[in-house]
Design a protein. Structure first.
Length: 140
C-alpha cells in the first residue's frame, strides 16, 4: 500500500507552479461566445484556451470563465426580452466534455431545445445531458 503524503509534504509540492494565469473580463468571455456560428459549439475549456492565448498566459481562470459564461447567458436572455436582435447564442457554449449547462436560462430543457433546433443530438448519461459527438462540431 502506498504511503500517504503528510500535509507538510503536500504543502512543499509545487506542481509546476507558479504558472501565469489570466482572469478574464466578462465581456471577453461574451465576445468569444458571441462568435460561435449556428451549428457549431464551444466548451468553457476552449474559451479558456482562447483567453490564455490572447493574453500570452498558461491558463485562464476556470472559475471566473464559468461564472462569466453564465452571466453572458443570462444577459443574452435579458437582451432578447428587451427586443435586442443578435444576442449571444449562449446555448452553443457547453461545459467540459460536451455537457449541457443546467444553470443557463431555462436549464437543460431550454438549452437542449435550442441545440436540437440546430441539428445536435442530446444524450443522457445518468442525471447529466450531453451533446453527442460534440467534438465534431467544435468551433475552432
Amino acid at each position: 500500500m502506498k504511503a500517504r503524503k503528510s500535509w507538510r509534504e503536500k504543502l512543499a509540492t509545487s506542481k509546476d507552479l507558479p504558472r501565469t494565469l489570466v482572469i478574464p473580463a466578462p465581456l471577453e468571455v461574451n465576445e468569444i461566445m458571441a462568435r460561435v456560428p449556428k451549428g457549431k459549439l464551444i466548451t468553457t475549456d476552449e474559451i479558456r484556451r482562447c483567453l490564455a492565448r490572447k493574453h500570452g498566459t498558461d491558463v485562464a481562470c476556470p472559475l471566473t470563465t464559468g461564472i462569466f459564461a453564465w452571466i453572458a447567458a443570462h444577459a443574452a436572455v435579458e437582451g432578447a426580452a428587451a427586443g435586442e436582435k443578435n444576442t449571444t447564442p449562449y446555448w452553443r457554449t457547453l461545459k467540459s466534455g460536451g455537457q449541457i449547462n443546467p444553470k443557463y436560462p431555462g436549464g437543460v430543457k431550454e438549452q437542449s431545445r435550442l441545440l436540437k433546433a440546430e441539428g445536435h443530438e442530446i444524450i443522457r448519461k445518468g442525471q447529466q445531458f450531453f451533446v453527442a459527438d460534440f467534438v465534431k462540431s467544435l468551433f475552432a
